[in-house]
Design a protein around this ligand. Structure first.
Ligand SMILES: [Zn+2]
Length: 161
């Protein structure tokens, strides 16, 4: 038997299990009510696919997050390093680009180690590592070319280099 509580008059009565899920009229007040599929005190509905998916995505980025962070830092560092080539702007970009490069390098390395251990996709950490290294190589190259250009023009002493 299923215990049913009327939502209108709150009177309780029991219904046969064959009426589970059906709409019946309350024997007390006559208003329609739905007889629940299971009796009161039963466990809640099973998790919906969206809840299950959320749980899965919550568990996944523990390793992947580092790789993605490394990839984003690597790309950012590379893009920032390109700005170092622009006179005047370059000097302001370097203090931002250097920590980003290091963050990209560290995160990508950690992500790569995790990817190898967890047998995950190594695309993001490898890309992050490549871009970080490119940024690292590119930055001093640009910096010295930049300095060299100034020296050649004889402006190095005047601009405080
Ligand atoms: Zn009722």
């Amino acid at each position: 038997m299923i215990q049913v509580t009327c939502p209108t008059c709150t009177s309780q009565f029991s219904a046969d299990e064959q009426y589970a899920g059906r709409v019946a009229n309350c024997p007390n007040c006559g208003n329609p009510l739905t007889i629940p599929a299971v009796s009161t005190g039963a466990p809640g509905p099973p998790p919906t696919p969206s809840q299950a998916g959320a749980a899965a995505t919550r568990a996944r980025p523990r390793h992947g997050g580092v790789s993605v962070a490394g990839f984003i830092c690597g790309i950012s560092a590379f893009i920032l390093s390109l700005f170092e080539a622009i006179p005047c702007i370059g000097l302001f970009v370097i203090p931002i680009a250097l920590p980003t490069t290091w963050a990209g390098l560290v995160c990508s390395t950690v992500g790569l180690v995790h990817a190898y251990r967890g047998n995950r996709s190594k695309l993001f950490p490898i890309m992050g590592l490549v871009f970080s290294i490119l940024a690292m190589v590119w930055a001093p190259l640009v910096f010295f070319l930049f300095l060299g250009g100034f020296s050649a023009l004889g402006l190095a002493a005047g601009s405080g280099f």
